[in-house]
Design a binder for this molecule. Structure first.
Ligand code: PEP
Ligand code: MN
Length: 279
C-alpha cells in the first residue's frame, strides 16, 4: 500500500481551531496583528540620500511607523532602473538613523538574503517572487520578519503555500500583503482583492496588510482602496510616497505626495476607529 499523504499542505499557515492571531513584532512599539494598525510609507525605490531621508521624514510626519524603499527593484524591462542595490541598503540605514523608522525592503535573489537581512528590519518578498521557492526557503532560515506579497496571479491557497515554505523553514514571523491581482478589468493597474483580506483573517493566524498603491497604480485611487482595506480588517497598510512624484524613477503615477499621504492617514484613522482599531 502506498504511504499515506498528509491531507493538508499548509499545516503551519492555516489557523487551527481556537488558535489566536500571530503577532509579528518589529520592535517594542511596532507589532503586526495587534489592535493598532501598522502604517508603512516611503518611495517605490531608494534613489538618493536626499530622496530617501526626505521621504522618511515626510512619511513619519504623516503617521508612518515604518519606512519602505526598494534597493533591488524587480522591473519588467531590464533597461529600466534596477535599484541602487548595496548603496540603496546603506541609504536606508542612514534614513533609519535619522528618523528612527525601521525599514522594510525587497530581496530578489536568494544569494542576497543575508546581506539584506544584515540591514533591513523586515524582508519583503515581492509579487513576482511569491513562488521563487529557493528564495522562500532562504528567508525561512533568516531571523528577520518577512513581508510576503501576493503574486498577481496566485490564489489565496497558493499564497498560503508560499508562506508555508517560510514557516516550515523555521521563520515564524510572516506578514501577508495583498497588493491586487490581475483580472479581466484593466481600468486600474490591478484589482484589489478585499475579499481575500476578510477570508485570510479567518483562514490563517498570520497578520494581513494591504498595499493599495500597486493595486490602484494611480495616485487618485490609493486612499479609497486604503480605506476599504482597513474596513475589511487589514492589520496595516503599505503605501508608496514620494516628495516629488513626477520625478520618481519607478511607479511615479501611483506615488502620493506627503500631503496626500497625510490625507490618506486621516481617512483611514476614521475608518479604523469605526471598526474598533487604532491608527
Ligand atoms: C514594490 O513594493 O515596490 C513592488 C515591486 O511591489 P509588488 O511586488 O507588489 O509589485
Ligand atoms: Mn513600486
Amino acid at each position: 500500500m502506498a504511504a499515506e499523504q498528509p491531507q493538508k499542505k499548509t499545516l503551519l499557515a492555516l489557523r487551527q481551531p481556537n488558535q489566536p492571531d500571530t503577532l509579528v513584532s518589529i520592535n517594542a512599539d511596532i507589532c503586526f496583528g495587534s489592535e493598532k494598525l501598522v502604517l508603512i510609507g516611503g518611495p517605490c525605490a531608494v534613489e538618493s540620500l536626499q530622496q530617501i531621508t526626505e521621504s522618511a521624514m515626510a512619511a513619519k510626519e504623516a503617521g508612518a511607523v515604518m519606512l519602505r524603499g526598494g534597493a533591488w527593484k524587480p522591473r519588467t524591462s531590464p533597461y529600466d532602473f534596477q535599484g541602487l542595490k548595496e548603496e540603496g541598503l546603506e541609504l536606508l540605514a542612514q534614513a533609519r538613523e535619522k528618523t528612527g523608522l525601521p525599514v522594510v525592503t525587497e530581496v530578489l535573489d536568494p544569494r542576497d538574503v543575508s546581506k539584506v537581512a544584515d540591514v533591513a528590519d523586515m524582508l519583503q518578498i515581492g509579487s513576482r517572487s511569491v513562488q521563487n521557492f529557493a528564495l522562500l526557503r532562504e528567508v525561512g532560515k533568516s531571523d528577520k520578519p518577512v513581508l510576503l506579497k501576493r503574486g498577481m496571479m496566485t490564489t489565496v491557497d497558493e499564497w498560503l503555500s508560499a508562506a508555508e515554505y517560510i514557516l516550515a523553514g523555521g521563520n515564524k514571523n510572516v506578514v501577508l500583503c495583498e497588493r491586487g491581482i490581475r483580472t479581466f478589468d484593466t481600468t486600474l493597474r490591478n484589482t484589489l482583492d478585499v475579499g481575500a483580506v476578510a477570508v485570510l483573517k479567518q483562514k490563517t493566524h498570520l497578520p494581513v496588510i494591504v498595499d493599495p498603491s500597486h493595486a490602484a497604480g494611480d495616485f487618485r485611487y490609493v486612499a479609497a482602496l486604503a480605506r476599504a482595506a482597513v474596513a475589511a480588517g487589514a492589520d496595516g497598510l503599505l503605501v508608496e510616497t514620494h516628495c516629488h512624484p513626477a520625478d520618481a524613477l519607478s511607479d511615479a503615477g501611483q506615488s502620493l505626495t506627503p500631503e496626500q499621504f497625510a490625507e490618506l492617514t486621516a481617512g483611514c484613522r476614521a475608518v479604523a476607529s469605526a471598526v474598533g482599531r487604532v491608527l
